[in-house]
Design a protein around this ligand. Sequence first.
Ligand SMILES: Cc1ncc(COP(=O)(O)O)c(C=O)c1O
Length: 414
Amino acid sequence: MTWMAKWSGGFPLYLDRARGNRVWDVDGHEYVDFALGDTAAMAGHSPEPTVQAIDARIAGSGGLTTMLPTADAEWVAGELHRRFGLPLWSFTLTATDANRWALRLARLATGRPKVLTFAYSYHGSVDEAFAVPGPDGVAVARAGNVGPPVPLDLTTRVAEFNDLAGVEAQLAVGDVAAVLTEPALTNIGIVLPEPGFHQGLRELATRYGALLIIDETHTFSAGAGGATGAWGLRPDMLVIGKSIGGGVPSGAYGITTDVARLLAAHPEADLVDVGGIGGTLAGNALSVAAMRATLEQVLTEQAFAGMIARATRFTAGVRGVVEGTGIPWSVAQVGARSEYRFTAPAPRTGSASAAAADEGLDEYLHLYLANRGILITPFHNMALMCPATSDEDVDLHTRLFSDAVGELVAGTTR
Ligand SMILES: Cc1ncc(COP(=O)(O)O)c(C=O)c1O
């Protein structure tokens, strides 16, 4: 993948093996892994229960992909219902696909053409979501967008995160099928919602007839029920992917019975064959077996309690260094994930966070840490805890981060 070449230092480390929160490269170096596959490995690398379930399906019962549902699928859907509150689920192989299909369904359900997204959000390779506000707040493609099929303002309305007045101005036009958002932006640093933002968003979506789609792909870090469970959100549709399969390609989207009713009013729509919803391998037996084992035995309530405690320790360590040196950086946490950003106070919109990007600082810190045995997420400064992450791993990061910042400050003040 092209993005694998973008690791700091000019070349990627080549993977030899990985287990828990440890990665070994082909030169034999061991790393404490806080990148965890940018959340896809939040369960840790090759967690034993998931490995056993995969093995049982591959080497035991067989039937990796058959076009037939399994009992695991029913269990996983029930568990997602229990955790996130939405009763009806479909499976995908990626979060990107879950978002794409959710958007199609939202357009069908509402009869409206557009999606409202937030500036500098990321929801996978979803055409409609690569928008930033242009002149007069009209959506334009964000820099670097590859081959947009149509101008972004035909498909998308865009607002700034935490700006309810801006959201209302866009929704009031009356052509938005769905608001698509993460509970906190996590792909432009972490931008946390301000008090009342989600309640306002829910109210505005309802008032103006748009569905609310919450993408929990990264914010699943907030707890066993994601931020939806932890913060009491009430989405009409919910998307999740990456970590729920313990590393096996898996994704899912859930809908409420109200949305199901709206969809049922369209018997002309082909929801099962070539209508644009679904993929041949979606919901395959291997993927749902991995989801079941991961949810049932690895990413449990108890595991999240430990992961969140580690992330709280990580955040406190970073904050201590930042405050101790007086550098104008900030740190934000969503459950088991923590991220620092080169601006203070913490940015409240995606655009403000984008303006604080500094590739040189990213490169310096990533390389400093990698050379001393720690990996954090490429492209930004995110650290994620898995069940295997220990206090000692966190403290190692705090020590090295302190050294890196100390050398930086000494260098700039010399
Ligand atoms: C919030 C969010 N949604 C969806 C995706 C897409 O996930 P995938 O690349 O696995 O399709 C990502 C990827 O980073 C993401 O951060």
